[in-house]
Design a binder for this molecule. Sequence first.
Ligand code: E4P
Length: 164
Amino acid sequence: MSVARIVVGADEAGLAYKDVLADLLRADPRVEVVEDVGVHADDDGTAYPHVAVAAARRVAEGAADRALLVCGTGLGMAIAANKVAGVRAVTAHDAFSVERSVLSNDAQVLCLGQRVIGVELAKMLVRQWLDLEFDPTSRSAAKVDAIRGYETGGTDGGEAAGSC
Ligand SMILES: O=C[C@H](O)[C@H](O)COP(=O)(O)O
């Protein structure tokens, strides 16, 4: 999965980190486009589900490769983004989880909590995230396909095609 086009978003509880992380992304030569779906001001009370879904839809429609979302905890953003078909969003605040979110789960959306981790750790995790790429030939691919199977209305997530 390319990291060329990344959409960022936050509610007011994640705005400061979102802006710092967007600057980090803009400075990375691999990132060609950083699309910011807001919020842009401390007094913008847009609730996190609206931001999360706006960003996740950009990923689902192929307009962005990944999304980086920040709220107070990173939890609500992930819950909301996962309502968009085709999107796999996670909250991850440690290096191992960030790594596995891409390598195991092919997650396109990383959600962070501004009230949970320090800004330097957030920056480190995002730098690491940019280095990661899912391997569609890996043993994890069938499991991600099983997620897709449930999403598209299947009742068994494609269990017949791959055991857990
Ligand atoms: O998951 C939700 C976020 O942490 C949000 O920024 C804060 O939500 P709250 O105001 O409902 O606690």
